[in-house]
Ligand binder design. Structure first.
Ligand SMILES: C[S@@+](CC[C@H](N)C(=O)[O-])C[C@H]1O[C@@H](n2cnc3c(N)ncnc32)[C@H](O)[C@@H]1O
Length: 310
């Protein structure tokens, strides 16, 4: 769906909701990069800390990959680190990057260009579509699909199982999957990670309103909305919302819509599901990925898992 179609559908329904992929225009991708540097958002540092050790194990288990596919590459920092451990100094491979964000693809491709010896293709597409196109780049040797950070957490549990199953079906014997997943942790830590005292995550969330103003000619007054993050323990997810502080109507001409808000009404902009270790194992097992190796950062409660298709 296009941005306009998603905005029209999402702001016409009750409760209002927008898919999180629209966060990542050029500015949104840079704001996400800033979130990764915040002391309260531990996912990135935790995963970077696990990746070097994991990369050597992946290399030993699957040999040199002929193709590495990253779904949702962000700044590319993690992929660059992973490739250092996966490949010898003069080894070459193909890399396929799938991301909805032009900025993320450009940042990652330029970071990888510094290494040399990589043939990089970019696919500006949703994960589902991009995965198929990316795997067509297969050369000799197995393919490794990489899905890092808390990307999986944006899917609700049935969607996550379906998407993991889709990846499994697209893989061949000898191929691998390296998956990051954020784990359940104390509520205060989770809320701070999504509502930081510097207001960077709030800016990232509100950037959606700015994007609708810029791209769809909308009339959102950013000062009349505030950011809210909350932990829903029953659903095991952090929710991000944009709360309208006043009762108001906002024209969104590019989506042929007048959006009406009650005071206190919200736009639900992101669900970020957190896994227990056993929940993660069963989601992966159900999709055909029995656990092969996993690494956990106990302090940040973040898991990295690797599977090789037998
Ligand atoms: C939360 S960031 C994580 C980036 C990186 N994987 C990391 O761990 O730091 C999510 C990335 O996935 C991209 N993305 C989000 N939803 C997507 C979708 N449905 N299809 C393709 N890319 C998506 C965003 O543009 C962004 O670069």
């Amino acid at each position: 769906m296009s941005f306009a179609a998603d905005v029209r559908a999402g702001l016409s329904r009750d409760p209002k909701r927008l898919p999180p992929r629209w966060f990542y225009d050029d500015l949104g991708s840079r704001l996400f990069g800033a979130i990764c540097a915040l002391p309260w958002y531990r996912v990135t540092r935790a995963e970077l800390g696990l990746l070097t050790g994991a990369s050597h194990v992946v290399r030993r288990r699957m040999g040199k990959p002929g193709l590495v596919v990253e779904l949702g590459c962000g700044t590319g920092e993690k992929l660059a680190l992973l490739l250092e451990g996966l490949l010898g100094p003069r080894e070459r491979t193909r890399v396929a990057l799938v991301d909805v964000s032009r900025e993320a693809l450009a940042l990652t491709a330029s970071r990888l260009a510094v290494r040399g010896g990589l043939s990089v293709q970019t696919f500006r597409a949703d994960y589902r579509v991009g995965l198929g196109s990316a795997l067509l780049q297969r050369a000799r040797g197995p393919a490794l699909v990489v899905f890092l950070g808390s990307n999986l957490g944006n899917f609700d549990p049935p969607q996550a199982r379906r998407f993991l199953t889709r990846i499994r079906r697209a893989l061949r014997p000898g191929d691998g999957l390296l998956l990051g997943a954020d784990l359940v942790k104390p509520e205060a830590d989770l809320v701070l990670a999504y509502d930081d005292p510097l207001g960077v995550t709030a800016s990232f969330n509100k950037n959606l309103l700015r994007r609708m103003n810029d791209e769809l000619g909308a009339g959102f007054d950013l000062d009349t909305f505030r950011h809210r993050a909350l932990w829903d323990a029953g659903r095991s997810r952090v929710e991000m919302h944009l709360v309208s502080c006043v009762s108001q109507s906002v024209e969104v001409p590019g989506a042929r819509l007048t959006a009406r808000f009650r005071r206190g009404e919200t736009i639900f902009t992101e669900a970020s599901y957190k896994y227990t270790e056993s929940g993660l194992r069963s989601a992966l097992g159900d999709a055909g990925f029995p656990c092969e190796c996993s690494w956990i950062d106990e302090k940040a409660r973040f898991a990295l898992s690797f599977f090789r298709v037998p």
